[in-house]
Ligand binder design. Structure first.
Ligand code: PLZ
Length: 450
């Protein structure tokens, strides 16, 4: 059996279910969680983790689960990836914090240089660092407003951008993200997204009609000249892994260019090799004015980045951007370790290979199981959308039941979607192929039984 050095020396790469899931030790810890932590902080699967690496997560009862979540698309290089661990360990011994705005250090600059180099477009770029995806999206909007002197921000149906006041306002879905948390930030306008599976006149008309509607709404309801930024995920993540119909993103990007609107790509979930490109925008050759990244950037250490055209980012006055922890030295070292790992282990190629294994099997499953209405995604970011057979009616209880059965068998899967009816698959890109195959068998069985 294969082992990896991730998650400590020789973590066996196997699925192993030795107790009920969750087991007794996890149940005990979960009871403590319930009395110490508010219920607003939900739990997908109440097993408490002790180690993780490669393609597995090990819990307090000794169960080894196949990881189809990567901590929501974060540990793409695997948990405790050796290059990340080594750099963080060394950095922790040297210094843990200075505040980059007080006394700088080299690793922050290295991360910025690297992102300027690898993100789409060969124009002059700048990068600054923050702690979370939401904080980075919010900063991208700040910069765009400052550079344009305009107030409005345009976002899309099914979009997710975070939980802070501004990013919650940018997020589409009420429950659980917005319900009773208003009033929301002003000057946020939502327009249609090209969602092929649910487009009323059919997938073949989706890109053109959705783009026309979106642009018409911006023109008529907001006025292009009032719009600072359009913020869009190249694949809508929390919204259900919706790949906008081909042609939609280029059309929106072109409209932004023609109207002096800053095009912001939120690649928080899609970035860093996940989709079989370093960044999902590359799929259609989109060059965003600003690209926002987080999650997969630093293997789980809190880090996020805003990378954009120098002429936009350089407008902001000295001291106008920042934060105590943004670009913390431990997180920067982790990011450098991640970037080395992506290159050294060809994780872009590995993500593609995962897609080549998964998509045909998921499509074959959809043939057999009419509950699977749609199969979609790219690379190691794939999903199935569940419907009442023969209709488009979302089937969220089936999604929940399939997830429950997978969990019981030792496969950690996540749900998503505006209608809660999507199962999404986000394996670490280093997952050994035998685990990938085993996970698919468990999933197929669960889908067919439900
Ligand atoms: N933009 C595209 O996917 C985070 C949310 C988990 P933060 N998605 C996972 C949850 O339920 O809170 C996300 C994203 C996109 C922004 C964000 C926000 O990133 O690091 O969670 O702030």
């Amino acid at each position: 059996m294969s082992t990896v050095t991730q998650g400590g020396p020789s973590l066996p790469q196997e699925r192993r279910v030795v107790t009920e899931i969750p087991g007794p030790r996890s149940r005990e810890l979960f009871a403590r969680k319930q009395s110490a932590v508010p219920p607003g902080i939900g739990t997908t699967l109440p097993v408490f983790v002790t180690r993780a690496g490669g393609g597995v997560v090990v819990d307090a009862d000794g169960n080894s689960l196949i990881d189809f979540g990567s901590g929501i698309a974060v540990t793409s290089v695997g948990n405790s990836a050796p290059r990340v661990v080594e750099r963080v360990r060394r950095q922790a011994a040297d210094f843990t914090h200075t505040c980059f705005m007080v006394t700088p250090y080299e690793s922050y600059v290295q991360v910025a240089e690297k992102l300027n180099e690898i993100t789409p477009g060969d124009h002059a770029k700048r990068t600054f660092l923050l702690n979370s995806g939401a904080e980075a999206v919010e900063n991208a909007v700040k910069v765009a407003r400052h550079a344009t002197g305009r107030p409005a921000v345009v976002v899309f149906d099914h979009g997710y951008h975070g939980r802070t006041l501004l990013t919650m306002s940018l997020t589409a879905k009420n429950m659980p993200y917005k319900h009773r948390f208003g009033p929301f930030a002003p000057e946020v306008y939502r327009v249609p997204l090209a969602y092929p599976f649910r487009w009323p006149t059919g997938a073949e008309n989706c890109a053109e009609e959705a783009a026309a509607q979106a642009i018409d709404q911006i023109d008529k309801q907001v006025g292009a000249g009032n719009v600072a930024a359009v913020v869009i995920e190249p694949i809508a993540g929390e919204g259900g892994f919706i790949e906008p119909a081909k042609g939609f993103l280029p059309r929106i990007a072109e409209y932004c260019r023609a109207n002096g609107i800053v095009f912001i790509a939120d690649e928080v979930q899609t970035g860093f090799a996940r989709t079989g490109h370093l960044f999902a925008c590359e799929d259609e050759g989109i060059v965003p004015d600003i690209i926002v990244t987080a999650k997969g950037i630093a293997g789980g250490l809190p880090l996020a980045a805003v990378t954009g055209r120098a002429e936009i980012l350089d407008r902001v006055h000295v001291g106008g951007l920042g934060g105590t922890y943004g670009g913390n030295p431990l997180a920067c070292e982790a990011a450098l370790g991640v970037l080395e790992t992506i290159e050294a282990e060809d994780l872009v190629g590995k993500a593609r290979r995962i897609g080549e294994v998964m998509l045909p099997r998921l499509r074959a499953l959809a043939e057999r199981a009419p509950i699977v209405g749609d199969v979609r995604g790219r690379g190691a970011m794939t999903a199935i959308e569940l419907v009442v057979p023969g209709t488009l009616e979302p089937h969220p209880t089936a999604a929940a039941e399939i997830a429950r059965r997978c969990h019981a068998e030792g496969l950690l899967v996540l749900t998503a979607g505006t209608y809660g009816n999507v199962l999404r698959f986000l394996p670490p890109l280093v997952m050994p192929e035998h685990l990938l195959q085993e996970a698919l068998e468990i999933l197929e069985k669960a889908v067919c039984e439900v």
